[in-house]
Design a protein around this ligand. Structure first.
Ligand SMILES: Nc1ncnc2c1ncn2[C@@H]1O[C@H](COP(=O)(O)OP(=O)(O)OP(=O)(O)O)[C@@H](O)[C@H]1O
Ligand SMILES: [Mg+2]
Length: 233
């Protein structure tokens, strides 16, 4: 797997939040993490980014062990992250948000900006508008676009469709799949479990920091135990 966290155990200094959790994503694919509130989904992403105190386990990117790399170096190595909340600069324009995403780069970013605008045409149209004036779904596009400005090989998304309508959710999922097909390893936490599993090449159900179910999205959608416990039947 391109990005992988294996046997992750640790927390924020107190009790363990993750308990032997294994997650990851292949290039060209969307991997999805679902599970109840407080299961440790965001913490699992934090662990991949180096923001969790790990007692066991290791994180690899492209086969390289990055377990001891500090977060900024992980970003430099190709991991981009869209957090669950506060993921855009509301007072900055759409274009400035995208430029902020590229702050680590010292090369020409105009080509990547064009790619982001091709993927999210609405952002081109609204590029001079403050991001705070955009709708929820459009803001999420800004957040994903900002992350793509680093040209990551792995993209972590924490609930990218939170608070958007079903229609906008489907659009966002289609764009996220398109990002993955461009060769990026996408790992996404989602509350909309059924819809997320339906686009997932691989999927993890986390419960209390442990892997409860692992498989393809289709396998988990067809699993009666997953359906009963996590998909409402
Ligand atoms: N920064 C932190 N410091 C201490 N404890 C934290 C911190 N962040 C999360 N936790 C705790 O870790 C546990 C897992 O939280 P986490 O946010 O990873 O779950 P989650 O699955 O993402 O939940 P949600 O679906 O609500 O987003 C919870 O008990 C939470 O209180
Ligand atoms: Mg969370």
């Amino acid at each position: 797997m391109h990005l992988q966290g294996e046997n992750l155990t640790g927390g924020y200094g107190g009790a363990d939040i993750l308990r032997g959790c294994t997650i990851g994503a292949n290039k060209g694919e969307v991997a999805v993490i679902v599970g109840p509130n407080g299961a440790g989904k965001s913490s699992a992403m934090n662990a991949l980014l180096g923001l969790l105190d790990l007692r066991t386990g290791n994180v690899t990117l492209g086969g390289q062990d990055i377990t001891t790399l500090p977060p900024p170096q992980r970003v430099q190595a190709g991991i981009a992250f869209v957090p669950q909340t506060h993921n855009v600069f509301v007072n900055m324009s759409v274009e400035e948000n995208l430029q902020m995403g590229a702050y680590l780069r010292d090369d020409d970013i105009s080509g990547t900006m064009t790619e982001v605008f091709d993927l999210f045409p609405i952002l081109k149209q609204k590029r001079r508008q403050p991001a705070g004036e955009l709708s929820g779904g459009q803001r999420q596009q800004v957040a994903v676009g900002r992350a793509l400005m680093t040209r990551p090989s792995a993209l972590l998304l924490d609930e990218p469709t939170a608070g958007v309508s079903p229609l906008v959710m489907n659009e966002l999922f289609a764009r996220i799949v398109a990002v993955s097909r461009s060769g990026v390893a996408v790992l996404m936490v989602e509350q909309n479990a059924r819809q997320a599993l339906s686009i997932a090449d691989s999927a993890y159900v986390l419960v209390t920091g442990e892997n409860r179910h692992t498989g393809t999205g289709a396998e988990l959608l067809a699993d009666s135990e997953v359906r009963r416990s996590f998909l409402g039947g």
